[in-house]
Design a binder for this molecule. Structure first.
Ligand SMILES: Cc1ncc(C[n+]2csc(CCOP(=O)(O)OP(=O)(O)O)c2C)c(N)n1
Ligand SMILES: [Mg+2]
Length: 454
């Protein structure tokens, strides 16, 4: 009976196709055929035998794609809220103590100390550049306060050859890879040493040398691009993955869903690293989605996934390391949802006090700070104490101030550079535009800052 049913269904489909091909008017008939088919479908099979009364009833059947699916006679609509919540993987608790039963990842003293140094550096850098924006020295800035572990400890588990596609709140990944404080400062001032030559907003960093694709402002565009890059790596049989970072808000974009499905079906070695920091500017996650965060979407795409305490440096490191191993070994995407909290404003154009309570922010700062947790863990191991931490802060403060002051003194990139870097040989129309612009600047020197265009 099952075969007969499938046969009739496919015959109906063929008839529809033929009808649709014969005449435009047939479209109406074609849709009528659909409803007929539905009725036929409903009436043809025998009533589903109740599981308790017939031991002869098949327990499964083959459906689209040739998959064998279990059958049930119980009419039961599954509600998302009845599904169990995804647990959060944690290695150290909020006091930095090892969680009972957790395995410590293999982490050399050198690596652990480099992690903490980078976390301190990022925090100090954020503090100083945020204030520089408030003083009007730079036009825009975004801080990562509270999210340092998601960036630095995931980056620590990647290989330098892996390509990174970031959103905008991942300077720690670049920092881990060796982007210097001077590189950051030069980009923020759009000066002549800015690797992007002043063509991007502040914080939209990029570095081809460090395999970090330049940030773009429109949300989620990097996600399908990352999948394409991962597919290319796979085709070239390179033992590398792509790490793609994005926020909980970006995961609401259509690009996110398209990218997930492509990555799963094309079996691409890509790590989707979602920083779930509770907000997309002023929109809290309660208004962003109705499911269990971002991680719960992975099984729907046929994708491996893990939810991680993003403020636990060791958990982020271990989970990313294992996800990378899996992505490479099995050529498959892995989604990581790193649960964290955005302590600062969304950006210097935002004011968080308009949409959240001070107590909420203070609570995260005092009870769940990723840097405090890692420092406490290292302190217990005798690797770091308060004096060392203070010395680190002092060193980094001096280094950031030196980079800022040097960047501020540098002039802007030459005006004619805006015509470069797209074509190897500049086409005629750009040559003409460049000449016209230079002639204009030469004619009105008092209207343009000194040094520009020369
Ligand atoms: C396509 C698009 N829509 C809207 C925006 C404006 N916008 C910039 S950042 C942002 C919030 C993104 O939140 P999330 O992805 O959670 O990242 P977070 O800022 O929390 O790190 C929005 C809505 C944009 N840049 N691009
Ligand atoms: Mg967010």
């Amino acid at each position: 009976m099952r075969r007969r049913c499938l046969f009739l269904a496919s015959r109906a489909a063929k008839e529809r196709l033929l009808l649709a091909r014969t005449s435009p008017a047939a479209k109406a008939l074609s849709s009528a055929a659909v409803s007929t088919e539905h009725q036929t479908y409903d009436t043809l099979p025998p009533p589903a035998p109740s599981e308790s009364t017939s031991s002869q009833a098949p327990s499964s059947a083959t459906f689209a794609g040739g998959v064998e699916l279990p059958l049930t006679s119980s009419l039961h609509i599954v509600k998302a809220e009845s599904q169990p919540r995804w647990p959060v993987y944690r290695v150290i608790d909020t006091d930095g103590a090892l969680v009972p039963g957790a395995m410590e990842p293999e982490l050399s003293t050198e690596l652990a100390m480099h992690m903490v140094t980078c976390m301190v550096r990022l925090r100090v850098m954020d503090h100083i550049f945020y204030n520089a924006q408030r003083q009007g020295r730079i036009s825009f800035y975004m801080t990562s306060t509270g999210e340092e572990a998601t960036q630095i400890c995931s980056a620590a588990a990647l290989s330098g050859g892996d390509t990174v596609f970031g959103q905008y709140r991942e300077p720690g990944v670049l920092m881990w890879r060796g982007f210097s404080l001077q590189n950051f400062a030069d980009q923020l001032f759009s000066n002549t040493d800015d690797l992007g030559r002043g063509r991007q907003m502040p914080v939209h960093y990029g570095s081809s040398k460090l395999n970090f694709q330049t940030i773009s402002s429109p949300l989620a565009t990097q996600i399908p691009q990352a999948v394409g890059a991962a597919y290319a790596l796979k085709q070239q049989k390179l033992a590398q993955v792509v790490a793609c970072y994005f926020g909980d808000g970006a995961a609401s974009e259509g690009d996110f869903h398209a990218a997930m499905n492509f990555a799963a079906t094309l079996e691409c070695p890509v790590l989707f690293i979602c920083r779930n920091n509770g907000y997309a500017i002023s929109t809290p996650v309660e208004d962003q989605y109705r499911g269990d965060g971002i991680v719960s979407r992975a099984p729907g795409y046929g994708m491996a996934a893990i939810r991680v305490d993003g403020n636990d440096a060791l958990a982020v490191f271990a989970a990313t390391q294992e996800a990378r191993r899996l992505a490479l070994a099995e050529n498959r995407p892995v989604l990581l949802e790193l649960m964290t909290y955005r302590v600062g404003h969304h950006s210097t154009s935002d004011d968080w006090s308009r949409y959240r309570m001070t107590e909420e922010v203070k609570d995260w700062q005092s009870h769940n700070d990723p840097l405090r947790r890692l420092l406490a863990y290292l302190h217990a191991k005798g690797l770091c104490d308060a004096d060392m931490e203070q010395a680190m802060r002092d060193t980094e403060r001096l280094a950031v101030m030196a980079a800022l002051e040097a960047a501020e003194k540098k002039g802007p990139p030459p005006l004619q550079s805006m015509f470069e870097d797209v074509y190897r040989d500049m086409p005629q129309h750009l040559l003409e535009q460049r000449a016209e612009m230079l002639a204009h600047v030469a004619k009105y020197p008092d209207k343009y800052p000194q040094g520009r265009g020369h």
